[in-house]
Design a protein around this ligand. Structure first.
Ligand SMILES: [Zn+2]
Length: 257
C-alpha cells in the first residue's frame, strides 16, 4: 500500500463497506494530512509512530493521554465535525487500518518526505525572468537567473500587507483539483532598491575599462538564437505546406495568389 492509502478513495471504499463507518469519510482528508505531517516532522520511525498513533486519540476528542498529547493548538469550540466514539465500530475499524502491521513496515520509505513547495515557487520565480517561451544565449540566461536570484533574496522575507487598522490582508485562491477555495497572505509590495546599486556598479565597471564598446555585435558560436525556434522536427518548405494545408474551419486550401 502506498501513500494513496490515505487518500479519499481508500477511506471511502473502506468506510462504505461497513455499517456505522461513514463518519470516517468526514475524517479521511484530516487523516491523510496527518500522515504527511507525521512523515515531514518525524526523524525516526518511533517518532513517527508516536505521532501517527496519537491520531486514534485525537479523533475521539481526547488530546492528552497517558503516554502523550496532540501537538495542535487550542481547537475551535463550535466545530462541525463529529468526534468518533471510542470503542465504536468506526473507531475499531480505523484502529485496524492505522495500526496495520504490514503497512507500517513500508512507512520508512515516506519518512524522508519533505515538501518542495518553496523550491517550486523559486523555479516559477526564475521563469518570470527567463521564460521557456524564448531562447537565450548562455550568458544572457545566466544573467537573467542571477537577476531572478537577487530579486528573490531581496524580497523573500517581506512582511504581510496590513490595512490601516493593522489587520492582515488575505486573498482567495481556487484549487481545481480539490475544488476548494483557500486563503493566502498578501505581502507588502516588492522593493527593487538594489537595482540602483547594480546600475552604479555597472557604470563604475564600464568607466574603469579601457576601450569602447564594439560597434557591431559579434555572433558568438554558442549563441542559441542562431538556431531559431527549436521544434525538434525540421520544417518543410512553404510550397510543401501550401499544397497540403487546409484552412481551419471551412477546410478550404490556403489562398495561393
Ligand atoms: Zn488532538
Amino acid at each position: 500500500m502506498g501513500p494513496k492509502v490515505w487518500g479519499k478513495e481508500f477511506m471511502h471504499v473502506k468506510a462504505r463497506k461497513q455499517r456505522g463507518c461513514t463518519i470516517i469519510q468526514m475524517w479521511s482528508k484530516d487523516i491523510c494530512n496527518h500522515f504527511w505531517y507525521c512523515c515531514k516532522t518525524a526523524d525516526t520511525y518511533e517518532d513517527f509512530f508516536d505521532r501517527w498513533a496519537g491520531l486514534l486519540h485525537h479523533v475521539t476528542g481526547e488530546h492528552v493521554w497517558a503516554l502523550g498529547a496532540c501537538q495542535h493548538g487550542p481547537l475551535v469550540e463550535d466545530r462541525e465535525k463529529e468526534w468518533i466514539q471510542k470503542g465504536s465500530v468506526a473507531h475499531q475499524r480505523l484502529t485496524e487500518v492505522v495500526l496495520d502491521a504490514r503497512w507500517l513496515k513500508s512507512v520508512h520509505k515516506y519518512l524522508h518526505f519533505r515538501s518542495t513547495a518553496e523550491l517550486e515557487s523559486f523555479h516559477n520565480h526564475i521563469l518570470m525572468y527567463a521564460s521557456k517561451h524564448f531562447c537565450f544565449s548562455p550568458p544572457m540566461y545566466a544573467a537573467r537567473v542571477m537577476l531572478a536570484g537577487l530579486d528573490y533574496n531581496h524580497n523573500v522575507d517581506r512582511p504581510a500587507k496590513r490595512r490601516a487598522d493593522g489587520s492582515i490582508q488575505y486573498d482567495k485562491v481556487h484549487n481545481k483539483k480539490s475544488r476548494k477555495w483557500s486563503l493566502y497572505t498578501l505581502k507588502v509590495e516588492k522593493d527593487y532598491s538594489y537595482i540602483v546599486d547594480l546600475e552604479s556598479a555597472i557604470l563604475r565597471r564600464r568607466l574603469s575599462v579601457t576601450g569602447g564598446l564594439p560597434r557591431t555585435a559579434r555572433k558568438r558560436p554558442d549563441n542559441t538564437l542562431q538556431h531559431g525556434v527549436l521544434s525538434g522536427v525540421p520544417a518543410p518548405s512553404t510550397q510543401e505546406l501550401l499544397q497540403s494545408q487546409l484552412s481551419r474551419g471551412l477546410g478550404k486550401s490556403l489562398p495561393k495568389n
